[in-house]
Design a protein. Structure first.
Length: 502
């Protein structure tokens, strides 16, 4: 099926009700792997960070990473889950070249955290509750690089290279219960859920959750059922989706694809799917196994995990203010609407504004510069706001110079331009470019006199009561001073010299 074979999204929702399930894998930021002491640092030569345990060599024995368990408990608590008194690992058996043991050490029916929820806020302010089935511990696989062929996948490749540095890195898999009732907003709910989950994970400090680096990735399970029915349809699973926008696009595409198949009398195949960024489509992967196909059984080489209630409560006491609570508090402190707060969140500016305020700026000024000039520059450069080469401290200094009257907005934008160009901190740019506001009354008076003399007709209109015409003279003075005059003071001087009250 191609993109052109899809039914319209509206027609799909007119006939069918989407049901989703989201499985999010989070790579934990531990220093060592889940079951051995090998480093998890990025950038090492292929297979340099391996040992007999993560290579699955005979006779090697795993040992559980305590920090990994602690991170799992924190995630479970933040997701309002019940933390198990006793749980254990299992072997998930399947063969694939990037699985050196031919099984993955995971958890199946005895996860460390279960039965939770996460409230997510949609763009119009509506709050949707996503129920969590479980959060369980497991290990990542190695990395396969398929050489040759047109797609970079194994089909058509001449040969494959295997790097086991990633094998054994700790993962937490967070699995939702079936998400029902979202209707036409299902793709939006999926995106909002993953976004909120990412913010929560980052707030906990257990992972950087950088989706573009594979530290967090989402499998989108989707099925359709005819409107008014209860039985779930056959699901597809779009694997390893690695951006918020792509999660939304994958869900939307699958709704349209499923509807097209079902409307034409076809049957949905239970399979994995690959997502394609270039057009937002998905293509078949492999037939999806059921749980029994993995032949789960308890891992005999690892003792069960039994966190004490005291330890769990100690960890609960260390949880930070969670993202949604923090955003609501900041929204009230900053005096902004929910819509504006959502825009700030979407721009990735919340933490930047907070840091700018902590550096001494007024909240309104911090928002103004990050959501205005800096957001524009980030958009032009095609980068995240946080990737711009300017710090919250530097933005706070620009705001301070404006507040003191040393800069006006036009000059402040030039200062920001200089900082972004690598010319130094704001004070250095001001000095090098000579950008301070002209505040000397004598110099301003001279510039105003010259503007009045050069524009006698406009001056007469102002004397005649057309005060609005003063804007033209203000413009002339600003041009003469290269934009470095205080426009408000210039207007006052013009009216004083012409004997007119403002």
């Amino acid at each position: 099926m191609t993109v052109t074979d899809l039914v319209s999204y509206e027609d799909a929702l007119a006939a069918y009700d989407p049901v989703m399930g989201l499985e999010v894998h989070v790579e934990l930021g531990t220093k060592t792997k889940m079951f051995c002491g090998c480093s998890t640092a990025l950038g090492a030569d292929a297979n340099a960070q391996t040992c007999p345990t993560c290579l699955g060599l005979p006779g090697s024995l795993p040992v559980v990473n305590a920090t990994g368990v602690e991170s799992a408990i924190k995630i479970g608590l933040a997701l309002n889950c019940t933390i198990a008194d006793w749980c254990r690992f299992a072997r998930k058996n399947y063969f694939y070249p990037d699985m050196p043991k031919n099984f993955q050490t995971s958890q199946y029916d005895e996860p460390i955290a279960f039965d939770g929820y996460l409230d997510v806020q949609l763009e119009d302010g509506e709050v949707f509750r996503v129920h969590i089935e479980r959060a369980h511990m497991e290990e990542d696989t190695g990395k396969s690089t398929h050489v040759g062929g047109a797609t970079g996948r194994i089909h058509g490749a001449r040969h494959s290279l295997l790097d086991y540095n990633r094998a054994g890195i700790p993962l937490i898999e967070i699995v939702t219960k079936p998400i029902e009732g979202a209707g036409e907003r299902a793709p939006e709910v999926a995106k909002a859920y993953v976004a909120e989950l990412r913010e929560l994970i980052k707030a906990l400090g257990v992972s950087e959750a950088r989706m573009e680096q594979g530290q967090m990735r989402c499998d989108v399970n989707l099925s359709l059922r005819p409107n008014g029915t209860e039985k779930f349809g056959t699901r597809s699973e779009t694997k390893n989706v690695n951006s918020l926008r792509s999660v939304e696009r994958a869900a939307r595409f699958e709704i349209q694809r499923h509807a097209a198949v079902l409307s034409s009398g076809g049957k949905i195949v239970q399979e994995t799917r690959h997502f394609h960024e270039e057009d937002g489509s998905t293509t078949p992967g492999r037939i999806k196994e059921e749980a029994e196909d993995y032949r789960y059984f308890p891992e005999p080489d690892l003792v069960p995990v039994a966190p004490s209630r005291e330890w769990v409560e100690e960890l609960r006491a260390t949880l930070p203010e969670l993202p949604r609570v923090r955003r609501n508090r900041l929204r009230e402190e900053w005096g902004v609407s929910e819509h504006d707060m959502q825009s700030i969140l979407n721009a990735g500016a919340v933490d930047l504004i907070v840091a700018t305020v902590e550096a001494g700026a007024d909240a309104a000024a911090a928002r103004k510069w990050w959501m205005g000039e800096l957001a524009r520059r980030a958009n032009e450069d095609g980068v995240e706001l946080a990737a711009l080469p300017i710090t919250p401290v530097q933005v706070a200094r620009v705001a301070e110079l404006v507040a003191k009257g040393d800069l006006n907005d036009k000059l402040a934008r030039q200062v920001i331009e200089g900082v972004l160009a690598g010319e130094g901190d704001p004070d250095t740019v001001v000095e090098k470019r000579g950008l301070k506001v002209v505040s000397d009354e004598g110099a301003l008076g001279t510039a105003v006199d010259e503007a009045i003399a050069a524009n006698a007709a406009i001056a007469d209109k102002i004397r005649g009561g057309k005060v609005a015409a003063a804007g033209a003279l203000v413009g002339a003075v600003m041009k003469a001073t290269r934009g470095q005059a205080d426009a408000a003071r210039v207007r006052e001087l013009i009216l004083e010299k012409l004997g007119v009250e403002g």
